[in-house]
Design a protein around this ligand. Structure first.
Ligand SMILES: *Cc1c(COP(=O)(O)O)cnc(C)c1O
Length: 800
């Protein structure tokens, strides 16, 4: 585990602890969501409210003065004053961003140059500005594209085209760029030197166009303004406006103090004030407004013009106490301001948390955690007090964040999961394509739900974030929780999740840890396409009813297999129980029908045929010829003469030494079971172009397709029960070339066999064979899709 050096002196730490007794045995790690208020702040605020006669600031000078006092205090906190910045009170950072989006003046030629640029890793509140900005040009930039503006030398082209030569400013359009000072997803801190550089030189690269016409800028450089989303940053960092001069800063105070809520600020630089124009007026924002004539005049004071209606005066007044409380609990030292000490504290906690989590391993040595950050935890100027990650299974697949949320809820650990309103950062860190995101959306995933994995890919992550009252013990407990839960089995996690009442939204999640049957497929004709059972199906002593009851033989009586006739997978048998027929379909051919049951009298010829030389299927099989018509039809389909369709006669077949077996024409076992979670794992290992997961599953030609929480749980099964039917595991399925045939088009590839061979050190096994011991002893002779799978007996150790 990493080392940790406390920023706070023992007495300070103790005083802080006494302010948060209400946390009790909870562990609060969502400071990026909001920090917590100290209890004395509530006492002081309520005392103040009781003592003074606060009223509408238009009525009471006292209230108005305190509001102005709050403005000064805010500016002082950011190391600036009213000569440089105006404070516009708003409800929250989102409201501040909205004002900038709505009121930024892109200039006279807004359609000829002025554009809105934003960083990909941005809060949805910034993305929403796209809908309000008065320009039709939108560009998105990656964080690295924005960083290209750092250390730009004076001789670049943009300079030559005159970005900041003030002479023809009037002619230029205005462009706006928005990015976060600290990303609320990863905790990445954008180097703020970029601000000056962009204001001075414009953008070095323009990113990717999202909307707007092809022409760009027509060689005329614009005036660039920077809107800095400071909501996450200022909570635990010093924003020094003497040093950096963004034109617009957007802030929510609850993220700094925990209390009060409902108030934020838009700080506007002098430069920014010249390009922010507001249409609406209301309440005290006008000098005069005539009601019987279309005339009004707005206030000359910049802030007042933007503060529609009555301010949150009681809330704003409380801010003064919030600043004081912070300085009381984290006193400034000679070297550092309160907020700088907090900054160091949360950074060290994050670094410690990161190092502790990074050291976690599964018993097979695999890493437990996949982190999402740009620079690790080596530089406080680039990384804040946030650790974002996903948990991994021992085979590298993802644990859904909703499961982690469940585990955390049971342990009273408050953390945030999902994409934290930052879909762009989520997309970048999770390597999701636009297509992946659309697919997740189409699969029903919406922001803040618990659809945490779609096709095995995460839709979000787990975030731990820290505040000045977070202690090292809190981090240890959270890390231990992750370690203990995710080094155990799915069954143990299920037990933990069900040990306590979960919040409603998470109630569904533990169920996912229970294995389920998802699909049932039968293969009426050996080596031909699957027939998927819609709801339920009958069992017989040889397996699923009608499974591999037919086969196609050639002129020598040899059974056709996909190995030589890949087109067999295009031959689709459909069992129609109502009509009592097996319907056969083949592309561009008319449909053929044969009866499901053949009575002895109408049999026609009785044929004896041996088929297939492989060691498992050189048994002798007695078949009944299904007739001329279907034989000719098959010959046409497969362009091979003299083919016949045989119906297996008895339910038993004889081995060459005369032993009979309860088995259909299947090669090995009664039932083949494949786990879709394992197939998904495999599909992600396959390096060639992806096919839909269902197609990969279909290559395995399984009868029972189940799903478990983690891959390869099936390899541990010894006995299972599916909907009251008991199955015994007979062994692994040894894989052959057949899985290299795409069952939807008959094309042969090297995959996924090659990947299986590589991943399992040459042991080409995947899926398990099951058998029913004695059907007459079973509770049911019918099996239905979406049954629960109960593991009755497990092997001692997992086998791969
Ligand atoms: C929290 C946050 C916001 C939104 O703040 P609200 O208080 O919800 O308006 C915007 N951007 C970032 C980076 C944030 O962390």
């Amino acid at each position: 585990m990493g080392e940790f050096q406390d920023v706070f002196l023992p007495d300070e730490a103790k005083a802080i602890r006494n302010e948060f007794l209400r946390i009790k045995d909870n562990i609060y790690l969502d400071h990026a969501g909001t920090t917590l208020y100290p209890e004395s702040l509530i006492d002081i605020s309520s005392e103040m409210l009781k003592k003074h006669l606060f009223c509408n600031p238009h009525t009471s000078k006292l209230t108005g003065d305190l509001i102005d006092q709050a403005r000064y205090r805010i500016l002082q906190h950011f190391n600036t004053d009213a000569s440089e910045y105006a404070v516009v009170f708003v409800a929250n950072a989102t409201a501040a961003l909205k004002i900038v989006g709505e009121c930024f003046d892109f200039g006279e030629n807004a359609n000829n140059g002025g554009a809105f640029y934003y960083c990909q890793e941005n809060h949805t509140s910034v993305l929403g500005m796209r809908e309000l900005v008065r320009t039709n040009r939108l560009h998105v930039l990656t964080k690295d594209e924005i960083l290209k503006n750092l250390n730009i030398s004076k001789n670049i082209d943009i300079e030559k085209s005159g970005a900041l030569s003030d002479d023809d400013d009037q002619m230029k359009s205005n462009s706006l760029i928005a990015f976060s000072a600290q990303c609320n997803f990863s905790g990445y801190k954008m180097p703020l030197d970029t601000i000056k550089s962009i204001q001075k030189h414009g953008l070095a690269v323009r990113g990717t166009k999202i909307r707007g016409d092809e022409q760009q800028d027509n060689g005329v450089a614009n005036n660039f303004y920077v809107c800095l989303d400071c909501a996450s940053f200022v909570a635990t960092n010093l924003l020094d406006l003497r040093k950096y001069k963004p034109d617009f800063c957007c802030i929510s105070f609850y993220k700094m103090f925990g209390f009060p809520t409902g108030v934020g600020a838009l700080l506007v630089s002098k430069r920014g004030q010249s390009v922010l124009h507001k249409q609406y007026y209301g309440g005290g924002t006008v000098n005069t407004a005539m009601s019987r004539q279309d005339f009004h005049q707005k206030r000359p004071n910049f802030s007042t013009r933007f503060e529609d209606g009555t301010l949150q005066f009681l809330t704003i007044v409380a801010l003064l106490d919030s600043f004081r409380a912070l300085e009381r609990l984290v006193p400034p030292t000679n070297e550092q301001l309160s907020v700088q000490r907090i900054s160091l504290h949360v950074y060290r906690l994050a670094k410690y948390c990161y190092e502790s989590l990074a050291s976690l391993q599964h018993s097979n040595g695999a890493k437990l955690i996949k982190f999402y950050n740009h620079n690790g935890y080596e530089d406080i100027t680039l990384q804040g007090g946030i650790v974002t990650f996903n948990v991994l299974h021992d085979n590298g697949t993802y644990v859904g964040f909703a499961e982690v949320a469940c585990i955390a809820a049971v342990h009273n650990v408050l953390i945030r999961t999902g994409c934290f309103c930052n879909p762009g950062a989520c997309q970048w860190f999770l390597h999701l394509s636009n297509g992946d995101i659309r697919k997740q959306f189409e699969a029903g995933h919406v922001c803040s739900d618990y659809t945490d994995l779609v096709d095995g890919l995460p839709t979000g992550a787990v975030r731990m974030s820290f505040g000045y009252m977070t202690r090292i013990e809190d981090v240890d407990k959270a890390v231990t929780m992750i370690r203990d839960c995710y080094r155990t089995t799915a069954a143990e996690r299920l037990r933990i999740m069900e040990s306590k009442k979960l919040p409603d939204a998470l109630r569904q999640i533990p169920k996912r840890l229970r294995p389920k049957l998802k699909r049932i497929c039968i293969y009426p004709i050996k080596s031909c396409s699957a027939f998927e059972v819609a709801t339920e199906w009958a069992l017989t002593n040889t397996g699923l009813k009608y499974d591999r009851n037919w086969m196609i033989v050639d002129v020598n009586g040899m059974a056709l297999t996909q190995k030589h006739y890949t087109r067999l997978c295009l031959l689709k048998p459909i069992i129609n129980l109502d009509k009592g027929v097996l319907e056969l379909r083949f592309p561009n051919m008319r449909t053929m029908q044969v009866p499901l049951e053949m009575e002895d009298a109408k049999l026609g010829k009785r044929v004896e045929s041996t088929f297939c030389q492989t060691k498992v299927c050189n048994d002798l099989v007695e078949g009944l010829d299904c007739g001329e018509e279907v034989g000719a039809w098959l010959s046409d389909c497969l362009e091979t003469s003299a083919l016949r369709l045989l119906r297996q006669n008895a339910e038993r077949r004889r081995t060459p030494d005369g032993v009979t077996k309860d088995i259909s024409l299947a090669n090995q076992g009664q039932f083949l079971l494949v786990n879709s979670t394992s197939v998904r794992w495999l599909a992600h290992k396959v390096e060639v172009e992806r096919e839909p997961l269902e197609h990969t599953i279909d290559r395995f030609r399984a009868n029972l397709i189940m799903e478990t929480a983690s891959a390869f749980e099936e390899n541990e099964f010894e006995e299972i029960s599916v909907g009251g039917v008991n199955f015994k595991v007979d062994g692994f399925c040894t894989r052959c070339q057949m899985i290299c045939i795409n069952q939807h088009n008959g094309q042969k590839t090297n995959e996924p066999l090659r990947t299986i061979a590589r991943e399992f050190g040459g042991k080409i096994r995947f899926g398990v064979y099951l058998s029913i011991q004695d059907l007459s002893q079973q509770k049911s002779s019918i099996i239905s899709c979406s049954e629960k799978v109960i593991i009755k007996k497990k092997l001692k150790s997992m086998q791969y």
